[in-house]
Design a protein around this ligand. Structure first.
Ligand code: PGA
Ligand code: ZN
Length: 431
């Protein structure tokens, strides 16, 4: 009797679920011929960005303000499932190619990047299960990646601003960056190191909350879990993080440094060619802004700067990279929108030295890995990132580990959908 193949896709379906903000998103479910079942859900960005692939939303204003994903779920149930049922779940690249061809647009607007992403992730999970592998090692093996000894360094969100919170803070994220070489994090195992980083991050998060309360600020949090009080100046938020590091018994410069996601697209006045920092009551040309960042480097242990310049200000990015690129991680998020084409331009223009990879901006796992590999070949650092409208799915953590990304950005050490990622990070570190 021929041996039964347990690794075939026997059913694939999708439904509308809610993300952490209470807006709709997609969950795909895949059943293998063995009877085992896996699920994957996709996050939604607050800033869809003009260059990334396009999600499909129903546009029916009578449901979820038009943000429903019933059409996308239907595409999976009616169009994609019949094509994939019967295929070996391990054929990730072939399946991703089928998804790309079925869509047949350059920005995935026909089927929707969310539709494609949900299926591609569920297939990868099914593949890992069929091989009885952990997801990160399945991805690494399948795509010929060589992850380093230990997991990526987490970038902990401490304050939320910009479009992510109801606060006057202009900058989108104020980050706490563990210094992975610090003796505080030195441990004989990766598990020990990851546990120490996450524990210290959580202790500092709570120390910051206490400091805020004592100083009369409110401790409400924003969409990515960071605190979101009104402040007198942007730098005050950095000062408070430094104070919280000390209050929790750690050392700035040695154990922890600082990072910022300026989210400057929102702050750039295209017609005046100026960056407007409303809280600080100041305006900058791109050149002056690079000067300001250089000043901050003198005063603060700033090691990470994301979207410091507007996404289409290529000249400014070139100048900033020439002037700051040797001194800190200059990450392009909106700049690249995880697009291979935008990354190629960035390489040619010598813009940024790190790329923020948001897999749902691309769609398929295969293309995400292709983009990350190109970045790595060109010596760009990788920052694998969550989105504002997350779910409890922790796929990005396994992906970040498999890719050997330098950083994982998963929000604050609060809110279930953020903490889920850090808990997976420490779990993987212990394997
Ligand atoms: P999002 O991005 O708002 O598009 O989800 C988060 C970020 O800018 O890092
Ligand atoms: Zn960003």
């Amino acid at each position: 009797m021929p041996k039964k193949n347990d690794n075939l896709i026997s059913a694939l379906s999708a439904r509308e679920i809610l993300d952490a903000r209470g807006y709709p998103t997609l969950e795909a479910s895949l059943i293998l011929s063995s009877g085992q079942r896996v699920k994957a859900s996709v996050p939604v960005g607050a800033n869809p960005g003009i260059f990334g692939a396009k999600d499909l939303h129903d546009g029916d204003r009578r449901r979820h303000q038009g943000k429903g994903v019933l059409l996308a779920a239907n595409h999976i149930n009616e169009l994609i499932a019949p094509r994939l049922v019967g295929m070996d779940v391990g054929r990730q690249e072939d399946i991703d190619r089928i998804l790309i061809d079925l869509d047949a647009t350059s920005d995935r607007r026909q089927l929707g990047a969310n539709t494609i992403h949900a299926v591609s992730l569920a297939v990868a999970r099914g593949g890992a299960l069929s091989e009885k592998s952990e997801l990160f090692s399945y991805i690494a093996q399948h795509f010929n990646l060589m992850p380093p000894e230990c997991v990526p360094t987490p970038l902990f969100n401490m304050f939320n601003g910009g479009s992510h919170a109801d606060t006057n803070l202009d900058f989108q994220e104020f980050l706490l960056v563990p210094q992975k070489e610090s003796p505080t994090f030195t441990a004989s195992t990766c598990e020990g190191k990851a546990e120490r980083m996450v524990r210290a991050g959580a202790e500092i998060f709570h120390a910051l909350g206490k400091l805020l309360r004592e100083s009369g600020y409110d401790v409400d949090t924003g969409l990515e879990g960071g605190y979101a009080p009104d402040m007198d100046s942007s730098l005050k938020a950095l000062d408070l993080i430094l104070a919280a590091i000390i209050k929790a018994g750690y050392k700035p410069n040695i154990d922890f440094n600082l990072g910022l996601d300026i989210g400057s697209a929102r702050l750039y006045d295209e017609s005046a060619k100026q960056y407007v920092f409303a809280l600080d009551n100041s305006y900058f040309s791109a050149q002056n802004l690079v000067g300001l960042y250089n000043d901050w480097l003198q005063k603060y242990p700033l090691v990470y700067l994301e979207d410091g310049l507007a996404a289409d200000d290529w000249t400014a990015w070139r100048q900033a990279t020439a002037s700051l690129g040797g001194k800190l991680v200059l990450a392009g998020d909106d700049l690249f929108s995880s697009s291979l084409e935008r990354l190629r331009r960035g390489i040619a223009e010598k813009a940024a030295n790190a790329i923020v990879i948001k897999p749902n901006q691309i769609g398929t796992l295969t293309e995400t890995i292709e983009c990350a590999k190109l970045a790595q070949r060109q010596h760009y650092q990788l920052v694998v990132s969550h989105r504002t409208g997350e779910t409890n799915d922790d796929f990005i953590v396994d992906l970040a580990v498999a890719l050997g990304a330098q950083y994982l950005k998963a929000g604050a050490l609060s809110r279930g959908e953020r903490v889920a990622k850090y808990n997976r990070l420490t779990e993987i570190a212990a394997i």
